[in-house]
Design a protein around this ligand. Structure first.
Ligand code: ADP
Ligand code: NA
Length: 354
């Protein structure tokens, strides 16, 4: 068929952790590699306009926004092969979101769960809770409530006539893609033209990485205990000490059983994913043959992480020492994104009558 457009985004809040890397970013690199062969276009966006739906410190956001671009380059995204850009530098995103806001009902958005969980998170942290009105729903920021509409705009902007935009999504994002499809359909029906083919979901072999300290929950950047996550910038010593503290169990035989042994299975999953092995159960068997129990597992996981992060950290250091290169990547990304987004917005304005 005609080439696909693949779109995904990440918020510029904090250094990516292993969950982001194995659950999303590594997959972006894989999609980029595949696209080079198929002629698909791959578009990756750093979504600053989404970040500000929650309270942010402006100085910190400015730094994290630049750091995220550097991180994406370091993990292997290539601005020659992917469109890599800051969403907030392409005005069409906010513009299309407004048009879509004028079609989307409050009732439909009310059924989304993300704003509810983000509001609950804001309740947990005091300064965020203050700005979010202490978690009072009445003080819920309109932007946070409408976040999924902006996400629909992000995706729909990169439409092509021939083929829907494809979006790699995890389970937690399925309802957002559903909404994007509904909004595309609503727009097409309202303005009696099939402008937006409903976006499609790409099933990707994503890994769910669990918290090292509480393997019943996901590894996340917001958990208060920093040793629950490994950042892509963690030094070998830090990696070893966090893995040493990881919750496992006292058994000396290793086995992959995510239900009964979430901690051990999480470590086996991380190590095998980073080693490019398909089956964590086989890794457990290998470890059992060598003996050494949980200590051996932790050594193997630490080694795999350190090994995987080393080239990323080397590239990151190099890139961060080249601000002119980063600025050039930003400029080119913005230009390429606008080449795609601009014509969509022209069509939208015309159809709407503006
Ligand atoms: P967002 O930026 O969308 O609010 P996050 O920053 O939490 O979300 O995550 C960015 C990406 O990393 C998303 O695709 C998300 O699904 C993925 N991700 C986050 N945490 C994990 C995890 N623990 N395991 C696997 N994937 C994760
Ligand atoms: Na997410």
């Amino acid at each position: 068929g005609p080439p696909r457009t693949i779109f995904s985004g990440i918020q510029p809040t904090g250094t990516p952790h292993l969950g982001n890397y194995l659950g999303a970013l590594q997959n972006w690199v894989r999609l980029q590699e595949e696209a080079t062969a198929t002629g698909d276009s791959v578009i990756f966006s750093i979504v600053g306009l989404h970040a500000i739906t929650m309270p942010q410190n402006p100085q910190q956001l400015r730094v994290e926004r630049k750091d995220m671009l550097a991180s994406l380059l370091a993990i292997g995204l290539d601005p020659e092969r992917s469109i890599l850009f800051h969403q907030d530098q392409v005005q069409e995103h906010a513009e299309l979101a407004w048009y879509l806001n004028c079609l989307t009902s409050v009732g439909r958005l009310n059924r989304m769960t993300t704003w509810k969980s983000k509001l609950a998170t804001a309740r947990g942290s005091s300064d965020a809770a203050e700005s979010a009105g202490g978690g009072e729903e009445g003080a819920l920021a309109l932007g946070l409530f409408a976040y999924p509409v902006l996400q629909a705009a992000d995706i729909l902007l990169y439409r092509t006539q021939q083929r829907a935009t494809h979006v790699p999504v995890g389970e937690d994002q399925v309802q957002h893609l559903e909404l994007s499809r509904d909004i595309a359909d609503l727009f097409n029906r309202t303005y009696k033209q099939k402008l937006f083919p409903p976006p499609q979901h790409i099933i990707t072999p994503t890994k769910r990485v669990l918290s090292l300290r509480d393997p019943t929950s996901k590894m996340s950047k917001s958990a208060p205990d920093a040793s629950s996550r490994i950042l892509i910038t963690d030094s070998p010593d830090v990696v070893r000490s966090k893995i040493k503290k990881a919750v496992t169990d006292g058994e000396t035989q290793m086995s992959y059983d995510p239900e009964k042994r979430p901690g051990v299975s999480n470590l086996l999953g991380i190590a095998s994913a980073l080693m490019g092995r398909d089956d964590p159960a086989l890794l457990a068997e290998d470890l059992n043959k060598e003996g050494g129990g949980g200590g051996a597992l932790k050594n193997a996981v630490s080694d795999a992480i350190i090994e995987a992060l080393r080239p990323i950290q080397e590239r990151l250091q190099r890139i961060q020492n080249e601000p002119a290169y980063l600025a050039e990547v930003e400029r080119k990304g913005r230009e390429k994104a606008r080449e795609r987004a601009g014509p969509t917005m022209e069509k939208v304005r015309r159809l709407v009558g503006l």
